[in-house]
Design a protein around this ligand. Structure first.
Ligand code: BES
Ligand code: MN
Ligand code: ZN
Length: 494
């Protein structure tokens, strides 16, 4: 999709379709008022007649509106004016793009970007408009025989701004939004691929391709090398699989040579059957999404490369399948992690923390300024927080705060859960240094507690994205979250 920003009068504008907002109760936005005047009260007459109440998400497409240069006018309901914030702005943009696609519109100009949205500026309104438009236009039809005939028609979207200064800010917003959307789309594509295609080797090859542009140094560690490094936990998970595990390392050096890098670690289980502690078969297909943490590392790197951010960033992706087999790891097996600590694997379905712990230990060699891991780690996190926010944990308050703020600004929110020592007791083992699971209660927290034992000397945070990385039901698919949060965080590291 193509985006542009314009500083022009809505009524005089040449466009295939102009978009204007109406608040609840039929209150016209300033742009809608301008159009109303130009059309000698056509809009107010329609609204008085009950054509549109201004409920959030409502749309009405009009042809041949008198007095304006645009061919069509799409009115969009915005809900209560006093509640108009970033999430409602995004919803209105989403409905706009949907309605434009439903009506076969190819080009449009939106006045919604002119609206005062609480705590935002022209930069953010432009950026979010781009992100939401790309979100609404996203399709995954790579695996369909008959190509999807619901291809989006909207190819060009112009956004209006109020002044010259806003023009410059909005142009930056477009640039950042386009990069973030590209990262989100990549994360979605990788997440949506079936597990017979998206294996650890596939991810490794994608990383190698990613490195071809010369902006990334890509290293892939094979199982033999993991063995040498003592990654007993990662290797334990991969034992039941015919697909070899991979540890993928992607280094982006955009900052000063000696500047400590940010490190992102993403869980890359390309299919999680649970292993010998096998899962019930209902909805097991969704465990192809168990590599969405890894996908977000790719997505964040894509956006950062596209923006050429002046930071150093390292992505670390441990990748494996988790399957049952005669050679698979068993409940009660004890393995030695790269950190030297031993773990009793009481449940083979708690495999994410097993691959992550060795990746976190490995990541220490980069002397990170901070290390953030993303993982579809626990069903318990979905119970605790639902599908709205990601679970956020960390051993450094300032880092947690930065990530929380980044979530708010990027509309990709996270909420902190506690890491009090009291929760550590559950991991006690009579036979090894500790176990890989505690009881059912507080499962998202005890999983984070397990990880915390491998990140003692680092500024570390963990995002449990089990509830946010994909949607189920009719709209089943990867969301690309938390790429927006991560890129926001990285933008502010510069
Ligand atoms: N990948 C799952 C977590 C998951 C489950 C995410 C359902 C989204 C929906 C993870 O590997 C897992 O199986 N976790 C177990 C941990 C338990 C054995 C302590 C879980 O959540 O049940
Ligand atoms: Mn599992
Ligand atoms: Zn898993």
């Amino acid at each position: 999709m193509q985006f542009s920003v314009e500083n022009a009068k809505p009524d005089q504008l040449q466009s295939a379709c102009l978009v204007a907002g109406v608040f609840a109760g039929g209150k016209l936005t300033a742009a809608a008022q301008t159009i109303d005047k130009a059309s000698h009260g056509y809009l107010s007459k329609l609204i008085k007649g009950g054509a549109l109440e201004g409920r959030s998400g409502q749309t009405l497409l009009l042809f041949q509106v008198p007095g304006i240069a645009a061919e069509r006018l799409l009115l969009v309901g915005l809900g209560m004016e006093k509640d108009f914030k970033l999430p409602t702005y995004r919803k209105a943009m989403h409905q706009t793009v949907r309605a434009l696609n439903d009506n076969g519109v190819k080009q449009a100009t939106s006045t919604l970007s002119l609206l005062a949205v609480r705590d935002t500026d022209a930069y953010q309104r432009a950026r979010h408009a781009v992100e939401v438009a790309e979100e609404a236009n996203y399709r995954f039809d790579r695996c369909k025989g008959k190509k999807d005939n619901h291809k989006p028609t909207l190819l060009k979207l112009a956004l209006l701004v109020a002044s010259r200064e806003e023009l410059r800010a909005a142009e930056r917003g477009l640039r950042d939004g386009i990069a973030i959307a590209a990262g989100v789309s990549l994360a979605k594509d990788l997440g949506n691929l079936p597990p017979n295609i998206c294996t650890p080797s596939y991810l490794a090859n994608e990383a190698r391709k990613f490195g071809k542009g010369g902006k990334l140094k890509v290293t892939v560690l094979e199982e033999a090398q993991m063995e040498k490094l003592g990654m007993g936990a990662l290797l334990a998970v991969s034992r039941g699989s015919r697909q070899p595990a991979k540890l993928i390392i992607m280094e982006y050096r955009g900052g000063a040579k000696n500047a400590k890098p940010q490190v992102l670690v993403g869980k890359g289980i390309t299919f999680d059957s649970g292993g010998i502690s096998i899962k019930p078969s209902a909805a097991m297909d969704e465990m192809k999404f168990d590599m969405c943490g890894a996908a977000c590392v790719f997505g964040a790197l894509k956006a950062v490369m596209q923006l050429g951010l002046k930071i150093n960033l390292v992505g670390v992706v441990p990748s494996s399948e988790n399957l049952p087999d005669g050679n698979a790891v068993k409940p009660a097996d004890i393995v030695k992690t790269m950190s030297g600590q031993t773990v009793e694997i009481l449940n083979t379905d708690a495999e994410g923390r097993l691959i992550l712990c060795d990746a976190l230990t490995y990541a220490q060699r980069f002397k990170p300024a901070a290390i953030v891991d993303m993982a579809t780690l626990t069903g318990a996190c979905v119970i605790a927080l639902g599908n709205v926010v990601s679970g956020l944990f960390g051993n450094d308050d300032s880092l947690v705060k930065e990530l929380w703020n980044a979530g708010e600004k990027s509309a990709d929110r996270a909420w902190q859960l506690p890491l009090y020592d009291d929760y550590q007791d559950g991991l006690k083992s009579n036979f090894a240094d500790f176990a890989n699971v505690a009881g059912r209660e507080g499962g998202a927290i005890t999983a984070a507690c397990y990880l915390s034992r491998f990140t003692k000397d680092m500024r570390w945070a963990h995002l449990d994205i089990a509830g946010t990385a994909w949607k189920n039901g009719a709209e089943k698919g990867a969301t690309g979250r938390p790429v927006p949060l991560l890129v926001q965080y990285l933008l502010e590291c510069t």
